[in-house]
Design a protein around this ligand. Structure first.
Ligand code: NAG
Ligand code: NAG
Ligand code: NAG
Length: 339
């Protein structure tokens, strides 16, 4: 019996080994398969070398090599194929002419000699005239080149994996293709003390595995101003505890806002919550950093905009409620700094 038992467990160990080997093979195969798919279906960065052409256009790709005998391959999301002379693809020396471009003729064209890969070009279908595929939105925290412009893009007609890049064409800027939290930071040369005479021109390009779209967005810096959020620096309480209690609030302009502040005045808005019914109220004031909020309140926050341009509002500051709590804990004291 013992022998037999041993024998069975040997067999099941063997079976197990075989199953494990199969599993490993399957996992490897799946990984490899996924890697292949991923390599092509995600264009995370703009292809380093690409050509664009409109639908139905003919485009000639040239293999940069000194070899005389070359062959071409095309790699798209699903396949790698050798290119043979056909009515769509005409071979002539180092040139390959693609006739009547459509999605199915896009992809990575590589040329090969008997010593290996010689050159490659990614061919994309230019759909810029077919649709407004995306929009660019930019804001600037200040009037000068001390801060970069922040731009974001929203797709209208684009789906799937898309590589995207932006540049400031007016100032001959470099392409920026790495966003930070979805925002592209573009340098520019605008000066806050002189009249801006020429509009900024922002060019955006998007590429999917098959297609390319370009959009331009042009504006004066002054039209996209959105200050950074201001900060509540001091609150102090007058007539504390009485019916006509007043909270005095002092606001610090955003640190990126240009100086002198008298020359670049801000308009402020405070939103506050009334203690007894939780209702939210707002007050606005212009061209000074201090104002008073009447009554007993639980929290408040502030935002600002350029007073002369009536720019976009900044984001709201964080809600401040610490100062209201301190009122109760430190009795008679009537001035303190918010945290
Ligand atoms: C196109 O193929 C070449 C050669 O294999 C490769 O170096 C390049 O990264 C490919 N381009 C894209 C965008 O996949
Ligand atoms: C673009 O800007 C407009 C206002 O100028 C704003 O309403 C919209 O939410 C912005 N879109 C994005 C994606 O930032
Ligand atoms: C806001 O004020 C607090 C305290 O005064 C300070 O620590 C913080 O850095 C300020 N934040 C900004 C954005 O200025």
């Amino acid at each position: 019996m013992r022998g037999r038992d041993n024998h069975t467990s040997d067999i099941s160990a063997l079976n197990f080994d075989a199953t494990a080997a199969k599993m490993v093979w399957l996992i490897r195969f799946t990984l490899l398969f996924c890697l292949c798919i991923m390599r092509m279906s995600a264009l995370n960065l703009f292809p380093a070398k690409f050509e664009i052409a409109e639908r139905q256009a003919s485009v000639t790709l040239t293999c940069r090599t000194d070899k005389d005998k070359i062959t071409w391959k095309r790699e798209d999301a699903n396949t790698i194929e050798n290119i043979l002379q056909s009515e769509f693809e005409i071979l002539s020396g180092r040139d390959l002419t693609v006739i009547g471009l459509q999605e199915d003729l896009t992809g990575n064209y590589t040329c090969w000699s008997d010593s290996g890969l010689e050159d490659h070009t990614y061919l994309l279908l230019d759909k810029s005239k077919e649709a407004t595929a995306f929009q660019i939105n930019c804001t600037a925290e200040t009037f000068s080149c001390t801060e970069k412009i922040k731009c974001a893009w929203t797709p209208n007609d684009l789906t799937g994996e898309i590589a995207f890049r932006l540049r400031n064409a007016r100032d001959n800027g470099d392409w920026v293709s790495q966003p930070v939290d979805g925002v592209f930071y573009l340098p520019h040369s605008t000066d806050s003390y002189s009249e801006e005479s020429e509009r900024l021109l922002i060019t955006g390009e998007a590429a999917s595995t098959c297609c390319y779209v370009k959009t331009e967005y042009s504006f004066f810096l002054r039209d996209i101003i959105k200050p950074a959020n201001p900060n509540i620096s001091i609150c102090s309480i007058k007539n504390e505890g009485s019916d006509n209690q007043i909270v005095e609030v002092k606001v610090e302009p955003p640190s990126t806002w240009p100086q002198p502040h008298s020359f670049f005045p801000l308009k402020h808005q405070i939103e506050y919550e009334i203690r007894h019914d939780g209702e939210l109220m707002t007050i606005e004031w212009e061209d000074k950093s201090k104002d008073e909020v009447p009554g007993s309140i639980t929290k408040l926050r502030v935002r600002c905009r350029d007073l002369l341009l009536l720019s976009q509002w900044s984001e709201w500051s964080e809600w401040k409620n610490k100062c209201m709590n301190v009122i109760y804990s430190c009795g008679g004291k009537n001035a303190f700094t918010c945290q």
